[in-house]
Design a protein around this ligand. Sequence first.
Ligand code: ADP
Ligand code: MG
Length: 369
Amino acid sequence: MNELGQGPSRNDLAGAFDLFVQASQALEKQHAALALKVDALSADLVKANGRLNTLLDALPAAVILVEEGRVTHLNPAAAALLPGLVSQSPWSIPTDWTAGEGPNEYHFMVGERRQTVQLQQIVHPEGSVIQIQDITDNLRMLEESERVDRLAAMGKMSAAIAHQLRTPLSTALLYASHLCNPDLAKDDQIDFASRLQSQLLNLNKLAGNMLQFIRARPQKTSIVALDDLVREACESLEALQQQRQVSLTLDLQAADCQVSVERASMVAALVGIMENALQVCSEGQTILVSTQADHLRANITIDDNGPGIDPQMLQSLFDPFATNRISGTGLGLAIARNTIRSHRGDIQARNRNEGGASFTVVLPSLSSL
Ligand SMILES: Nc1ncnc2c1ncn2[C@@H]1O[C@H](COP(=O)(O)OP(=O)(O)O)[C@@H](O)[C@H]1O
Ligand SMILES: [Mg+2]
């Protein structure tokens, strides 16, 4: 409006128009600059995507991206590992995969060959990244190096084996030579024959133990509750426990923990450790077997208040033939450690400050995905 209350003058309109033109030119410039920036960013994004894809394609591990339960991307390693899997397939762990010994480990067969993979899942709100690593060759190398170690140990053991075998063998030979005497009385014949038999049984047991010691990996694993393993081991020692008048207490705190083990050999390993404790404890002494577990590890502790481990034995406790018992073979703990290690676990021994020995067995526990 001008001063006279009339409509806008020509000059006013021309000024406003100029302003409008200037503003739209500035906006156009800004828009052009933004468009350039968007183009540059899009090109960068394409490049980054290309680099990411090259990286994913080059990765030896299988990588699968899953959104809302469906596969949205899989790299060539994943396609090779899971031939049926394509983009948009629903994702789930293949039904022919069985749980392995370690956390997130699975076994499956490819022809005659057993493959082992380790699966890791990273969950994001927008989707999950699943990475599957083939660890078959790593495990095989580990096994091979353990086998070489065992063979070297076997070499060192030769002298000890000869020593172990010599006494029962020469006793057996002596009984056999008596039996060859045609004038031997019937009663003596039976006596020598049964003594010969018991020596041969001892030798057979020793040979069995030595074979057990050099056996490599668990043959047939199953999923077992940790506490059940401990209960089973304790039950099989009931007779010895009553005979020794030693009390055996259980403190089982791993109700939900499961482990993948060859049941019989793992129970035998625990029996070997507890049997020693029963043998060294005197009447009235106690053994406490406890379990605890988290999502990674399962622990079994066997504490006793017996005489403790002879300090001279501590270094060689788990070596084959390390014994200070007259009737001992020194194979119990050697076999136990082999069994436990072949299940990717470990065993430690120490003397307790309050007296007595403490053995701790650690096994990988099965954590659900
Ligand atoms: N709980 C324990 N307390 C004290 N010493 C132990 C205990 N467990 C094992 N030992 C020692 O470890 C040695 C080796 O045990 P092991 O390998 O089972 O062989 P063995 O029982 O035939 O002697 C035993 O001879 C003993 O000296
Ligand atoms: Mg023993």
